[in-house]
Ligand binder design. Structure first.
Ligand SMILES: *[C@@H]1O[C@H](CO)[C@@H](O)[C@H](O)[C@H]1NC(C)=O
Ligand SMILES: *[C@@H]1O[C@H](CO)[C@@H](O)[C@H](O)[C@H]1NC(C)=O
Length: 416
């Protein structure tokens, strides 16, 4: 009886330890995703005119690049590990990533989150077996065979696949020239649908002015939603901003964090500073606020909005330190397919988000198109060959011959 109790206690303790270390592993990966996310947003906005709205799904882009890292080597791998903040050991990382992905998709009432990873590859040029197994087991990649030489059909297959995974929100990620030279196409697709925990009252939505960074110069109007509810809220002095969380579903898992700069602070400065800090600080701050001011209502004014964006991310990722994988002369990603040397010719992303009184629908697809490095043509006369000396103007062969035996053709050559 006593033995039994002790064993139970020990089991309970080891269970707790396991849960705790699994949680730490997940946080290690999510921390990497968040660092990448804030840098990606900051770098993207730097490449666009200030007047552009932006929608991005860092998780899918990050995941896709992590899958590429599984087939990468040398400097290409180093750059991916640096920019994605991956650890030295991909084996540990894989385990933690899988735990994160499983937990992320653990859906709640009122929220649907689907993430689909897929690779499209031509039948007669299959993936490396190790790569295939790793991507299936750890990244839940769905491997599909297509025929890239039949590009119209392949284009339709890939686009239809993504349209289905986003409930028809993204119907055309890929255009013909995106896969013109493609040998492998990878995609990571996300679909999110969440009902607000505290829905906005439609009758409270009014047309209101929207201002420039200074908060006083009107630059247009929006359909402003309004609601008063116990939204977690905090000042972020280090960012000269305020943040509120609009929870989805039951409220304890998914939420939209809305960060608004204080008076006289520009959003660009906030995004710059945010890209250099730990996003976990903001998550903790709001969790703390939710506990401390549980029943305190705040007024939220948020415009209804829809953003549809489409980017080729090569330049942005270059600026973030991932360069070699995009360079046909430098890419080292030999681990993806055994028969050819690939590089990442194009990294695409399309995203849409619709926010209204009831909630949010967001979807995105990241796509990587991998092409053969254009091989320098090679002629190696290391077996029997013929030669002709030609006068090109008169088109006359003036001399000819063949070499089929190395013996005696030069002082040191020998026949075996
Ligand atoms: C929405 O607002 C209107 C007007 O203020 C009010 O009459 C109505 O009860 C509200 N509806 C809900 C669901 O709160
Ligand atoms: C497949 O990839 C693994 C790991 O990168 C490598 O060791 C192996 O040689 C590759 N197989 C082929 C057939 O290229």
């Amino acid at each position: 009886m006593k033995m039994f109790t002790i064993t139970t206690v020990l089991l309970t303790i080891s269970c707790l330890v396991n849960t705790q270390s699994r949680q730490e592993g997940i946080y290690m990966v999510s921390n990497s995703v968040d660092q990448f996310a804030t840098k990606l947003l900051d770098t993207t906005r730097r490449n666009l005119d200030e007047s552009f709205n932006i929608a991005l799904s860092p998780y899918t882009i990050w995941t896709l690049m992590a899958i590429v890292a599984e087939g990468a080597d040398g400097n290409t791998l180093k750059q991916l590990q640096n920019t994605l903040t991956l650890p030295e050991s991909m084996a540990d990382f894989r385990y933690n990533y899988k735990q994160l992905a499983l937990n992320l998709l653990n859906n709640q009432n009122g929220v649907q989150l689907d993430i689909t990873n897929a690779i499209f590859v031509t039948n007669q040029y299959p993936l490396n077996d190790t790569f295939k197994q790793i991507t299936r087991d750890s990244y839940n990649v769905d491997i599909n065979s297509v025929d890239f030489s039949d590009s119209d059909r392949t284009l339709n297959i890939i686009n239809r696949y993504i349209a289905d995974a986003t409930q028809q929100r993204i119907t055309r990620l890929v255009n013909p020239d995106d896969i013109e030279q493609a040998e492998v196409f990878m995609t990571s697709v996300l679909f999110f649908k969440g009902k607000w925990r505290f829905p906005f009252n439609k009758t409270a939505t009014k047309t209101e002015k929207f201002y420039a960074d200074d908060g006083t110069t009107p630059i247009g109007t929006v359909e402003m939603m309004y609601h008063s509810a116990p939204f977690p809220y905090s000042a972020l002095t280090e960012l000269k901003s305020f943040v509120a969380e609009l929870p989805y579903g039951d409220g304890d898992k998914y939420g939209m964090f809305v960060i608004v700069p204080s008076k006289n602070e520009k959003l660009n400065n906030v995004l710059d500073k945010l890209s250099k800090m730990d996003f976990g600080v903001i998550i903790d701050r709001l969790a703390q606020a939710a506990k401390e001011y549980e029943d305190e209502e705040i007024d939220i004014y948020l415009p209804k909005f829809t953003v549809i964006s489409e980017y080729t991310l090569n330049v942005v990722l270059n600026q973030m330190g991932i360069t070699d994988v995009f360079n046909a002369n430098k890419a080292q990603i030999k681990g993806i397919t055994p028969h050819s040397d690939l590089y990442l010719s194009r990294m695409l992303q399309k995203a849409t988000i619709e926010v209204d009184e009831e909630g949010t629908v967001a979807s995105s697809a990241a796509g990587g198109s991998f092409a053969y490095k254009t091989m320098k043509p090679k002629l190696m006369a290391n077996k029997p060959f013929a030669f002709f000396i030609v006068d090109k103007l008169t088109r006359s062969i003036i001399f000819e011959g063949k070499i089929s035996n190395p013996k005696g053709i030069c002082a040191t050559c020998t026949g075996l």
